[in-house]
Design a protein around this ligand. Structure first.
Ligand code: NAP
Length: 278
């Protein structure tokens, strides 16, 4: 199989590049191709003649998106559409990375793939609109929603918590947003299996189990043998430009038909912390 990864220099992209073996894989970052440039995207995709394109590239700064919607939509929606059109014209399959932020967070049980999108932030809207546009140009594309990514090779929550925990006696972390942490290495392995399994439609990929950011931070501190106090606070106390869903746990039932199960997030965190310290 020939595979092209767009966003190969990001957190997930690096994990995909590390985990993917046995196929011919080309990884590109924004310096190789800016997905906003339709002509360049077409040229790169036509040259690659990939069986699969994994579109991980995005403007992922959620607060940055809120402050600059033009940039958010031009990369996350219009850029994604450029890739979709290129994939359609070349006959490549497309797997697009989307987000739990397409939901409003008002549910209290895990979001299913066919639950209605109702994004509350610019980032979420840009991803939701990309999903809709991609389904129009490529009805059989695969839309893989994920959440709360962590892993090696990029800024991530466990790293931030460890940095703060090592330099302060206590840290405040929000306790009114619940989701499922997802280890980039586990997500990458599932994506590879989905491509090999000819996946299409919407799937949800996260590690199993859920927690609040506070509970996640507590586990990170405990597993790292630190004694820093972690204190629960509300989102209102930690005001940020973009609203976050209060509950964005994704049901992974959609993976069952591919025979895929993901590990629990606590176990994934231990593997990450071991990887980090080795
Ligand atoms: N992180 C999360 O918690 C999370 C949660 C849900 C969904 N997702 C989705 O999962 C995917 C991967 O996330 P991530 O955390 O790995 O992202 P990331 O670390 O921020 O990496 C983003 C990637 O996109 C590339 N990129 C940005 N703007 C681009 C442009 N205009 N043209 C081409 N490439 C561009 C970057 O390239 P350069 O580095 O070379 O500039 C980088 O490779 C994204 O689609 C994201 O929306 C992430």
């Amino acid at each position: 199989m020939k595979v092209m990864i767009l966003g190969a220099t990001g957190l997930l992209g690096k994990a995909l590049m590390r985990e993917w073996s046995g196929d011919e894989v080309v990884g590109l970052g924004s310096r190789d191709v800016d997905i906003r440039d339709a002509a360049r995207v077409r040229e790169v995709i036509q040259r690659a003649t990939a069986d699969w394109i994994v579109l991980s590239a995005a403007y992922t700064n959620v607060d940055g998106c809120e402050e600059d919607p033009t940039l958010a939509f031009s990369v996350n929606r219009d850029g994604a559409l450029n890739v979709g059109v290129g994939a359609r014209d070349t006959g490549s399959r497309l797997l697009f990375l989307s987000s739990d932020y397409v939901f409003d967070g008002k549910k209290t049980s895990p979001y299913e793939t066919d639950d209605a999108r109702n994004p509350q932030s610019v980032y979420g809207r840009s991803k939701a609109e990309a999903e809709l546009r991609l389904r129009e140009v490529l009805p059989h594309c695969c839309i893989a929603r994920t959440s709360w990514l962590f892993g090696a090779g990029g800024k991530c929550f466990p790293d931030t918590i460890l940095r703060l925990a090592n330099s302060r006696p206590s840290i405040d972390v929000v306790n009114d947003q619940r989701g499922s942490p997802t280890y980039a290495a586990d997500l990458a392995r599932v994506i590879i299996e989905l491509c090999r399994g000819d996946a299409s439609g919407v799937v949800h990929i996260t590690n199993q189990g859920d927690c609040t950011w506070f509970e996640f931070a507590q586990e990170i501190v405990k597993r790292s043998g630190l004694t820093t106090e972690v204190r629960p606070v509300t989102s209102a106390q930690m005001a940020r430009p973009a609203p976050r869903p209060a509950y964005s746990v994704l049901s992974t039932k959609s993976l069952q038909k591919y025979g895929i199960e993901t590990p629990a997030w606590r176990e994934a965190l231990i593997r990450y912390l071991n990887e980090r310290s080795s």
